[in-house]
Design a protein around this ligand. Structure first.
Ligand code: G6P
Length: 607
């Protein structure tokens, strides 16, 4: 989603700002801009569309100066236009602001400012901030920002500069992440440490309601009472991984192919001689685990689908009741607080606004909160009472792939850990470990279906509607397969429990509406075959993901994609592979921008 990069120091700012924004591109945006300062003037450049457009503008009209702020915007208030792009300047052009988040009371503030004669130049909520800060500015930018924020309701990650304070960048955070970078050439401010790789050596994460003041040589962080605070300094290397695309045409494909490796990483060193799993940062000992009576899993998007698989896993392996709830719903519910409830947030980025809010609400209610998270040092990773990292490396493709399979893998290990404090015997625990250890090889085998997936994609790329059907463990995978297809190819797709389609979606079935069935061998195989018959009887084409060598499925399905056999509770990981590849290949055939699908953002930091 929106990205912020700021710099002040001993080199020209605009190349740093452009490069920093480039690294945040994957998060999704629809306009970009920067402002630099030469002391006598602020140089504003902004443009709707891709970052390349801003790059061209800056090449034609350079933005000089050794300090500046920049932004990639994902439109919320006001369309994706040049005038709505950030930075926003105050009426007298003395203050410039870039902002992530939402100013909820902007309409009231705008009304008041207009009554005082301020003329607005954009439709954004952010612009009120530049006018407010300018109003309170009396030679001390940090003080003016603090006073202005006192009037604001909502969330923000903010970077501000003032014409009259050369070399100074002020930042503020409430709800939207902001990190200070410390490097040999100066100081940086960014919404995500990955923007600062190669520039900064150390990073400092700003906390909520903290403000900071940077110049080329010093930085100061203050709390809301304006007292200086000491915030830990981290080595940036720990927070970054390999974010290069290599020989792959898209990050998404690279990430799909990384899965044997990322799964192995998720497990490495986490099994012990007692036939159970252990996790360094879970902060939940055996005694506390025994007292867990209920787990609420909360998440958004793909992470929500992983949580749904988790419900089946915890029920089977740990015999613990699980509720799965969209974070955006859970945060506004008022669930009865009972002792023994643990809230588990699942998130790749660790920054999703709704998931963070759900976690904070759970903490306020007194629940133990845990997180399964990929991004080291992210807000959710830092705020949960304990958690498990996925160790999947940076996920750049907006459509999540490797994070999903790693989440399911970690959920299986967590279920094993809980199960082993309850009813699972050592032999049963060891069997789960052996099954898990065989998973990376099974996924490698599943990837061999790629050529067949390409053929299937070519046959069905013109479809406008696709159904995805699965049962039990594979019902959430059907939802995930449908999500992948709609995210990156813009083809309408519905995921359903296979038997439930009789209650509505079957009305959609005709010769132009293919159904993707998840039909590997297992407990409900015969039931799924009956559901497949029902679709065939109505003339619907059937694509079946089936166990390699199955002799029944090919007789019924129009196209078969083989996957290796694994125990039923691990089928979600293996069955996800062909669905990821199918969405990818169809999107490529449709000419879509696979890694940066329209309207979507990698990290959704607004409600
Ligand atoms: C966005 C992304 C999805 C992701 C979801 C949750 O919508 O486009 O791919 O699944 O956010 O993100 P999280 O980082 O919390 O897993």
């Amino acid at each position: 989603m929106c990205g912020i990069v700021g710099f002040t120091g001993r080199r020209e700012a605009s190349p740093v700002l452009l490069e920093g924004l480039r690294r945040l591109e994957y998060r999704g945006y629809d306009s970009a801009g920067m402002v630099t300062s030469t002391g006598d003037d602020l140089h504003l450049r902004k443009k709707a569309g891709r970052l390349a457009e801003l790059g061209k503008l800056v090449a034609a009209h350079p933005a000089p100066g050794r300090h500046g702020i920049s932004h990639t915007r994902w439109a919320t208030h006001g369309g994706a236009t040049d005038r709505n792009a950030h930075p926003h300047l105050s009426a007298n052009n003395d203050i410039a602001v870039v902002h992530n988040g939402v100013i909820e009371n902007f309409a009231t503030l705008k009304h008041q400012l207009r009554a005082d004669g301020v003329v607005f130049r954009s439709d954004t909520d952010t612009e009120v901030l530049s006018h407010l800060i300018s109003r309170y500015y009396q030679g001390d930018l940090l003080a003016a920002v603090t006073t202005a924020l006192g009037l604001v309701k909502g969330t923000y990650g903010l970077a501000v500069i003032a014409k009259a304070e050369p070399g100074v960048v002020v930042g503020a955070r409430l709800g939207s992440p902001l990190v200070i970078g410390i490097g040999p050439d100066g100081h940086y401010l960014a919404s995500d440490a990955s923007a600062l790789a190669g520039f900064a050596e150390k990073v400092v994460y700003l906390g909520d309601r903290q403000v900071c003041h940077l110049d080329g040589t010093e930085y100061v962080i203050r709390n809301q009472d304006f007292d200086p605070v000491d915030v830990p300094v981290h080595d940036i290397a720990r927070y970054l991984g390999d974010a290069e695309r290599g020989d792959f045409p898209h990050f998404m494909l690279k990430e799909i192919y990384e899965q044997p490796e990322t799964l192995a990483n998720a497990m490495r060193g986490r099994f012990d001689a007692d036939a159970t799993a252990h996790f360094g940062g879970l902060n939940l000992g055996a005694r506390q685990v025994r007292q867990v009576e209920r787990v609420i899993m909360t998440a958004c998007g793909t992470s929500y689908h992983a949580a749904m698989v988790g419900e089946y896993l915890f029920e089977e392996l740990a015999r613990v009741p699980v509720e799965v709830e969209y974070a955006s719903e859970f945060r506004y519910r008022n669930p009865p607080v009972d002792r023994g409830t643990v809230v588990l947030a699942l998130t790749q980025s660790g920054e999703t606004a709704d998931t963070l809010a759900a976690l904070r609400e759970s903490k306020r209610l007194g629940h133990t909160t845990l997180a399964i998270c990929n991004t080291v040092g992210s807000t959710i990773a830092r705020e949960a009472d304990g958690g498990v990292y996925l160790r999947a490396g940076p996920e750049i493709g907006v459509a999540s792939t490797k994070a999903f399979t790693s989440q399911v893998c970690v959920l299986t290990m967590l279920a094993l850990y809980l199960g082993r404090t309850r009813h699972l015997s050592g032999a049963q625990g060891q069997r789960v470990i052996d099954d898990l250890r065989a998973l990376p090889a099974a996924v490698r085998k599943a990837l061999e279906c790629h050529d067949q997936v390409k053929r299937v994609a070519a046959k069905y790329a013109a479809a406008r509607n696709v159904l995805y059907l699965g049962r039990q463990y594979l019902y959430p995978v059907a939802l995930e397969g449908a999500l992948k297809l709609k995210e990156i190819s813009y083809i309408h797709a519905e995921g359903y429990p296979a038997a439930e389609m009789k209650h509505g979606p079957i009305a959609l079935v005709d010769e132009n509406t293919p159904s993707v069935f998840l039909a590997p061998r297992g407990n409900v195989f015969d039931k799924v075959m009956s559901n497949m018959q029902e679709i065939k009887a109505r003339g619907g084409p059937v694509i079946a993901v089936a166990s390699a060598g199955d002799d029944e499925v090919p007789a019924l399905a129009d196209d078969v994609i083989p996957i290796p056999d694994v125990p039923e509770y691990l089928q979600p990981v293996v069955a996800a592979i062909p669905l990821q590849l199918l969405a990818y290949e169809i999107a490529v055939l449709c000419g879509c921008d696979v890694d940066k699908p329209r309207n979507l953002a990698k990290s959704v930091t607004v409600e």
